[in-house]
Design a protein around this ligand. Sequence first.
Ligand SMILES: Nc1ncnc2c1ncn2[C@@H]1O[C@H](COP(=O)(O)OP(=O)(O)OP(=O)(O)O)[C@@H](O)[C@H]1O
Ligand SMILES: [Mg+2]
Length: 393
Amino acid sequence: MDPVRNPYAPGAGQRPPELAGRDRELQQFEIVLERVARGRPERSMVLTGLRGVGKTVLLNTFKSMAMQRLWGTGKIEARPDQSIRRPVAAALHMAIRELAPRHRAPERIEEFLGVLKAFAMRDPAAAKGTSHWSPGIDVPAARGRADSGDLEIDLTELFVDAAGVATDLGVGIALFIDEMQDVQAPDVSALCAACHELSQNGGPLIVVGAGLPHLPSVLSASKSYSERLFRYARIDRLDRDAADLALIAPAAREDVEFTADALDALYEAADGYPYFVQAYGKVAWDLAPRSPITAEDIKVSAPEAEEELAVGFFGSRYERATPAERDYMHAMAQLGDDPVPTAEVAEALGRKPSSLSPARDSLIKKGLIYSAERGVIGFTVPHFGRFLRAQPL
Ligand SMILES: Nc1ncnc2c1ncn2[C@@H]1O[C@H](COP(=O)(O)OP(=O)(O)OP(=O)(O)O)[C@@H](O)[C@H]1O
Ligand SMILES: [Mg+2]
């Protein structure tokens, strides 16, 4: 059928034509926004899940919800090799720019921007002259606030001041952090401390995160009270009804239908994983001659969808691993699809567990495997074991 009208959208952070199966999370976030705006105590939300389940898409939807309530919003994507200081400064700059036109006292905004600039300029990289932040803030940097160089103190002061500006307008500020498991350990600790402080004085600023399944353990390793700061929402594969809806609703808007056994075959192939639902749906649409899309169309199109996934979704990640890391992952794959004890991987490879820690740690850093529980590891990518088992060694 006409590829131009193809509604499906496989891709990182690509907004799906229908956000299926996430009503509970959306409702919860509505409540968070409402309570925080009213100064009620509320835990913020952190989304966790495997690759391609729709964390980024949901985070972006949360951001739109906050913007609709006229909140100031900003978003960062954490990187393992980067302090969050400058990205957070840039994100809060965006948030304040959204609020500024509605604020009656321009000097309040200027005052905050001065603090923000001072905060950003304390970046260690900037001090060494190795990087330059040009935020386009005309006001001079303030002194004596958010500029101590201690990220915990500085973040707390910055957040409190930002929340103050939002309070003037009766709204809030939401800071979104994607790939939050990659925030460096000292920064995680500073971030939790700043959120903790804020939650105690009821300031309307929340940090909303998304990351891999081990994110809760990253947060609690840094601050034991992190569980009381965040409500963890595990984002998972779609159940049958949601997966069907994700396919049927966008097609219906183009007057296209699926037969019942086509939907059976698609659920079988995509296993409810949102990325796969989009990928199989897209190819099936292109190759089907007409509506309704049938089981036969799915059978014909599946190999092409699998090929695209093998290259784009699995292959691009496999490429990032060194030969030693690949051996490690192949050994994991032979042990099955669920998370496995590291000791068993070592045994399968006939090696001492300690000699494998470098490969394991580096795979975790690359985001290919995760360890949510001591001594146990799993693939962050759904169906990755299956992909590896089909791969020649
Ligand atoms: N609720 C949903 N219904 C239908 N499709 C969805 C849904 N959520 C996400 N998708 C689709 O799934 C794909 C992956 O989404 P997204 O990039 O948000 O996943 P992610 O969890 O952030 O992955 P990663 O861990 O790799 O960053 C996109 O193509 C998106 O359109
Ligand atoms: Mg993502």
